[in-house]
Design a protein around this ligand. Sequence first.
Ligand code: ADP
Ligand code: MG
Length: 663
Amino acid sequence: EFAKTKTIKEQREFLPVYGCREDLMHVIRENQIVVVVGETGSGKTTQMTQYMHEEGYSTFGMVGCTQPRRVAAMSVAKRVSEEMGCELGKEVGYAIRFEDCTGPDTIIKYMTDGVLLRETLREPDLNMYSCIIMDEAHERSLHTDVLFGILKKVVARRRDFKLIVTSATLNAEKFSNFFGSVPVFHIPGRTFPVDILYSKTPVEDYVEAAVKQALTVHLSSGPGDILIFMTGQEEIETVTYTLEERVEQLMSEGTCPPLNVLPIYSQLPSDLQAKIFQDAEDGNRKCIVSTNIAETSLTLDGVMYVIDSGYCKLSVFNPRMGMNALQVFPCAQAAVNQRSGRAGRTGPGTCYRLYTEMAFKHEMLVSTVPEIQRTNLGNVVLLLKSLNVDNLLDFDFMDPPPQENILNSMYSLWILGALDNTGGLTKLGSKMVEFPVDPPLAQMLIKAEETGCSNEMLTVVAMLSVPSVWFRPKDREEESDAAREKFFVPESDHLTLLNVYQQWKNNGYRNDWCNKHFIQGKGLKKGREVRAQLMDIMKQQKIPLVSCGQDWDVCRRSIAAAYFHQAARLKGVGEYVNARNGMPCHLHPSSALYGLGYTPDYVVYHELIMTSKEYMQCVTAVEPHWLAEFGPMFFTLKESHSSMLKSKAKRKEDKAKMEAEMQ
Ligand code: ADP
Ligand code: MG
C-alpha cells in the first residue's frame, strides 16, 4: 500500500534509520570504525550508502558495501539506483563474481564480500574507496571473516578511510571488541509481536507440511503475505509447483481465492527475482518461497505469516571426503528467530514452525558456527599467502579456524602444486590466485597448456562456473532427457558440457537452437561471458591457448591431471569408492557415463552432492596410469592395475562387437 501511494522520498524518510541520520553521521565523522545495529528493514543497506554519498564521502572514493550473497548485492543495487533516479551500472552499480555492473561514474558500489577480498589483492589499501560498509556481518561468511582482519589493517594505514560494520543484535559487542572497543550505534527499531506456533509432533516431510500450512493460512487467515523458508532450489521448486497446482484445483472447485506463489533463490534469473518486491496484481495474496536469503539480507514488506522448515543448507568441510559439501542442517536458534521476526515488520504476525518446541530448545545450536570454522579454506589460504601472510596461524582472525582446517587446506594446495614443502607459494600457486575459481579448476586451466588442450579446458571450466544448462521442464522430462543424451560424450560429463558449448558455437550461438535442444540459453550465454573473462586472465598470465582439436583422450588426461585427488574406483554397478579413503560414492543417474554400456574402473569427479546418498557430480572416466602419473603420492600402479588396462582394451573390443551386432 505504502509503496504505491508514497513517493520514493517519502518512503525513504519513513525508514527508522532516517530518524537518527544526524546522530549516526556524527558518530561516523568522529570515529573511523562504527558498528551499526538495527532490525531488518530499518534501512541500513539501502540508506547508509546514500547518506555517506550525500555527506560528501564519495568525493574522494567510492562508497562500497559488501554482501555475503549475490542476490542481495544485485537487488539492493537496483533498488538504490531507482531511489537515486539513475541507471543501474552508472552512479550506482554492483559487482559479483564474473559480473561487473559498474562504470567510471560509479560512486556507490554493492558487491559480494568475495569480490572485495579479491580487490585487496590488486590494491591492498583500497584507495578507490573512501568507505566500506560491511553489511550482514552477523552472517559470518568466510569472506567477511577474512575481510575483518584485512580491513582492520587498512583502517590503521589510511586515516581518511571509514569502516562501518552492520549486524543483527547478537554479535555487535564481539565486533566492537575485535576492532578495539569501537562505538556501537543502535537504530531504534519498529517491530510488532509475532505469535510462534510449534508443530506438536515431529514433521516427517517438511516440504509437504509447508504446502499444507500455506494452504490453511491462505484459506482461513486474514490478509497478509506468506513467507516460506526452505533449504534450496529443488525444494523451493517443489513447494512452488505443488502449491500452485493445489490452489488451481481448489479454485476450479470454487472455494479458493488466487495466490501468487513466487520462488527466490540465488540461481533464479534476476527478472524473476525482482518479482518478490512487486505488488501482486489485483491485490492477490503473495506467497514467497525462499532460501535463507530472506532471513535478513532482503527485506520483504507485507509479510504477516512465516512458515519455517527449520533447516538450511551449509557448506561444510567433510574430512572423510577431503572436500566441502553442501549439506542440510537444522538451523540455529538465532537464525530461526530472525525468520519468525520477518512476520512482524508491518504488523503483528504469526510464525508456524514445522518442528517441535523440544527440537528448538534441545536440538538447535544457539548460533550458527561461522563458515571459517567449518569449511575448506583452499582459496582463502592461497589469497592470504599472496598477500604475504606467511603464517596463517598469526593472521588476525576474529575466531581463528581450527588448526586442522588450515593444515587440511594447505595439504590440498600442496597436492595441487600450489604450495611448496615449506608452505610457500609456488609459481603455479601465484598464477592460480589470479583465477576467481576453485584451486583445482585454476590448476586445470594452467596445466592444460602442458597437456595440450587449454582451449578446451577453458570452456570446461567456464561451463562448470555457471548454473546447469540443462532444461528439464515438468511434464516433459522424457523428451528433455532424450535431448540431453544426444550431447553425451560417453566417457565424460565434463566433455559433454564442452560438446554442448561447441555445438552451440557451431550453430552461431543461437537461442532458438537452445530451445530446440532443451538447453538453457541464458546459462550458455553466461558461460560464454565467463569464458571470455577467464581467457583475459590467461592472456595476462601469458598462458597460451592451445587446442587438441577436441581429441577426447587428450582432454580426459588433462581432466585427470586436475582431479587426481578426487578419484574413485569401481566397486559394483554404478557404485564406487573413493580411491584414497574407501568412502562410498555413486554415479548419478543423469551421468553420461551410463551411455558407455559399462562402468569404467576409474573415474574422477568435480564434486560430491549429499542427498539420499553420496553422488558424484560431473564425472570423467580416466586411465589408472594417468592417476599414477599425476598423483604419484596416492596411486602406484600395481599388478592388478596393469591387468585392468588389458581388460579395458578387451572391453572396448567387446563393446565394438556389441554395437556392430546391434546395427
Ligand atoms: P535493512 O538493510 O536495514 O534490513 P533495507 O535498507 O534493506 O533495510 O530496506 C529498507 C526498505 O527498502 C524496506 O522497506 C524494503 O522493503 C525496501 N527495499 C529494499 N530493497 C528493495 C527492492 N529491491 N525493491 C523494493 N523495495 C526494497
Ligand atoms: Mg540489509
